[in-house]
Design a protein around this ligand. Structure first.
Ligand code: APR
Length: 231
């Protein structure tokens, strides 16, 4: 089977009621990113950082995967599908996708502040100051904050290097190194980009599907079936 690599961003979860970051009404309109999603913020105001992630986690528990997430599960029948996501929600998992790599962490997990290898599922929506790891240190959100390294980027790059087809869904391609992953895709392979808005990209052979994810992924399935799958 051909390798289908899908890079997803906040837009694929928008129809599940999860806010994006840079759209109208997005999270970064409501909060100053450096006050809630940076190591400096954690140092100076951990209560605010905890509240920011607890609120998002509470909303996530009320959300469900949408047709966009589910369409990618459908494509696993025809392709060796690898999802590289910038999203910290678990909607790809809950939709049933298998190969998922989270670049920016996972909202429903907590990490030790003295040993990054100690990662725990958060039961429910709340992580509190005073919640500690087995070594007694405070637990923090298992999120890659601005200014922190992206540990999964090397694995993501090697996945992209093996792509036969590359799909980008619901990302403004504003944030590096995630936005640079397309550079690792073999030159000349088909690239599809699903987004209801215009997304600036310098890549040449991009087929734009100007739809929301729920509709766009269905259109993508039809195109891929016609082009690459002889039933
Ligand atoms: N379906 C598909 N795409 C959508 C939809 C939708 N229903 N609604 C909005 N979009 C598109 C927007 O047009 C935009 O291009 O989703 C994209 C969202 O862009 P951002 O809000 O910038 O989110 P993202 O690209 O995922 O941000 C990347 O930035 O703040 C950091 O760590 C955070 O992972 C995040 C990273």
């Amino acid at each position: 089977m051909k390798n289908l690599v899908v890079l997803t961003g906040a837009g694929i979860s928008a129809e599940s009621g999860i806010k994006t970051f840079r759209d109208m009404g997005g999270l970064w309109e409501e909060y100053d990113v450096m006050e809630v999603a940076s190591p400096q913020a954690w140092e100076s105001n951990p209560e605010l950082v905890m509240r920011f992630y607890n609120e998002r986690r509470k909303k996530l528990l009320e959300a469900s995967p949408n047709k966009g997430h589910k369409g990618l599960v459908e494509l696993e029948k025809y392709f060796d599908l690898h999802i590289v996501t910038q999203n910290v929600d678990d909607l790809h998992e809950r939709a049933g996708s298998k190969n998922i790599l989270h670049l920016h962490g996972e909202l429903k997990k907590a990490r030790s502040t003295i040993d990054p290898n100690l990662v725990y599922d958060i039961d429910g929506w709340e992580l509190k100051l005073g919640d500690t790891c087995e070594k007694g240190s405070q637990l923090r959100p298992h999120i890659v904050w601005f200014g922190e390294a992206v540990p999964a980027i090397a694995e993501a790059a090697s996945i992209c290097e093996r792509a036969d087809i590359f799909v980008v869904i619901g990302t403004s391609l504003n944030v590096y190194p995630a936005a640079g992953l397309l550079d690792y895709a073999p030159k000349g392979i088909p690239i599809f980009l699903i987004d209801p808005n215009d997304v600036h990209t310098s890549y040449k052979n991009v087929s734009f599907i100007k739809e929301k994810a729920g509709t766009g992924v269905q259109k993508l399935i039809d195109i891929l079936k016609e082009k690459f799958i002889n039933d």
